[in-house]
Design a protein around this ligand. Structure first.
Ligand SMILES: Cc1cc2nc3c(=O)[nH]c(=O)nc-3n(C[C@H](O)[C@H](O)[C@H](O)COP(=O)(O)OP(=O)(O)OC[C@H]3O[C@@H](n4cnc5c(N)ncnc54)[C@H](O)[C@@H]3O)c2cc1C
Length: 384
């Protein structure tokens, strides 16, 4: 497909945020939308490398509110777009090993319950009974939500792209944006190696790359790429079908069932910001030692695959939505490693911000770019 010369709206980035934003704009009847992705396929960025977890459990009200809209959208996804996404409600279990985390998670659980999320407290003994294969002597307790689970990220991206395309979105791969034109404080278009597009509205949905992309428009957007990695094992018959998405919070270590085996990841606290997406073998060893301490049967597990991707980290671990000092240039970025699950609602909110001037489904006005200059950050604690 040729790069068109003009568009009403250009969305840059074909991950979950760009795909959902383009789809929701088209759903509202908006015409002449172009989605540009630099890679050969959509969803090869953070979205395609993510662990697929979806959860209601957060420490801030705004993140819980985003989940309360977004996860039901995933439940209705196939009905709405025709694409199945393999939503598995295995539940998320945060296990806690120090008293300070217990206090924070219990307070967060009460807030989640008040907002309507059915998170419950499990004692250390209840957790040990549920997971007899794991070594959990040091676990004080944890929070569990049976509605949390797993969804296939690529199906969500392609579901939105195909449904958007049916409504007229022109979705182009191999189309890296290399320049953004701004005249008198207003965006006027983008340049790609395949041609320029004049457009009065441009949405930056480039996730880990959004700091760099926004620089093309002369903006400073504080989103940093940070490598995170995981691996999957060959089949493990001992893992029961109801094994939850389990997070050992203090160690940033997680496990969930993947096919007949397990997926496990652990965040390196010393990782330096950068765009390297290769697997770090040294960290993989550290990770596997920690994972095997928790789950000794991993000692005999075979490696099936391993991947690294980039978190798109904002200074307060919350997303950045909406307008910027460049008129017509919008942001939907900075989800800080838990954005896949908020992709559906975020695209809907962006369509409201662009077409109505503000988001109404969830009020995200406090998650604007200006908050960093104005000292209005709000910190999310449940980040792994
Ligand atoms: C290892 C790992 C595990 C994760 N686990 C989870 C999880 O369990 N649950 C969860 O909810 N989230 C998880 N996340 C976070 C989640 O993946 C992200 O928050 C989310 O996918 C961000 O989506 P995005 O569309 O903003 O970014 P991306 O998916 O990265 O999409 C941005 C796109 O923009 C394209 N692009 C960049 N620059 C340009 C340009 N100049 N021109 C054109 N295109 C461009 C990129 O190629 C990319 O396709 C995880 C992330 C990682 C790395």
């Amino acid at each position: 497909m040729e790069v068109p010369k003009t568009a009403n709206i250009v969305v840059i980035g074909g991950g979950v945020m760009g795909a959902s934003t383009a789809y929701h704009l088209a759903l509202r009847g908006e015409k002449d939308i172009v989605l540009l992705e630099k890679e050969e396929f959509f969803g090869l960025g953070a979205t395609g490398r993510c662990a697929g977890g979806v959860r209601y459990q957060f420490s801030t009200e705004i993140n819980v509110k985003l989940s309360l809209v977004s996860l039901p959208m995933l439940e209705r996804f196939q009905e709405e777009t025709g694409q199945s996404i393999d939503y598995r409600k295995c539940g998320y279990l945060f296990i806690l090993t120090n008293e300070a985390d217990v206090q924070v998670f219990q307070a967060a659980m009460r807030m989640q319950n008040r907002l309507g999320a059915q998170t419950e407290w499990l004692t250390g003994d209840e957790i040990r009974q549920r997971l007899p294969n794991m070594r959990l002597e040091d676990v004080l307790g944890g929070t569990f939500n049976a509605q949390d689970g797993l969804v296939d990220p690529n199906s969500v991206v392609m579901g939105y792209i195909n449904a958007g395309t049916r409504r007229g979105v022109r979705a182009l791969t191999n189309s890296a944006v290399t320049g953004i034109s701004v005249e008198h404080g207003k965006v006027t278009g983008v340049q790609t190696a395949r041609g320029s597009i004049a457009a009065p509205v441009v949405v930056d949905a480039t996730g880990p790359w959004s700091g760099a992309t926004s620089q093309l428009a002369g903006l400073r957007v504080p989103v940093t790429p940070l490598r995170r990695q995981w691996l999957t094992t060959a089949p493990l018959a001992e893992i029961p079908p109801d094994f939850p998405f389990m997070l050992d919070f203090a160690h940033s270590l997680y496990f969930h069932r993947e096919g007949m085996g397990l997926l496990t990841g652990m965040s390196n606290p010393n990782e330096k910001p950068g765009f390297d997406q290769s697997v770090d073998p040294e960290w993989e060893l550290v990770h596997m030692e920690a994972a095997t301490r928790r789950l000794p049967l991993l000692e005999k597990a075979g490696l099936a695959s391993h991947w690294a991707g980039l978190y798109e980290v904002s200074p307060d671990a919350h997303p950045i939505f909406g307008k910027t000092p460049v008129k017509g240039y919008y942001l939907v970025t900075g989800f800080s490693g838990h954005g896949f699950m908020h992709g559906p609602v975020s695209g809907k909110l962006m369509s409201e911000i662009i077409l109505d001037g503000q988001a109404t489904t969830v009020d995200v006005s406090m998650l604007d770019l200006a908050r960093f200059e104005e000292g209005r950050q709000i910190r999310e604690y449940h980040v792994v």
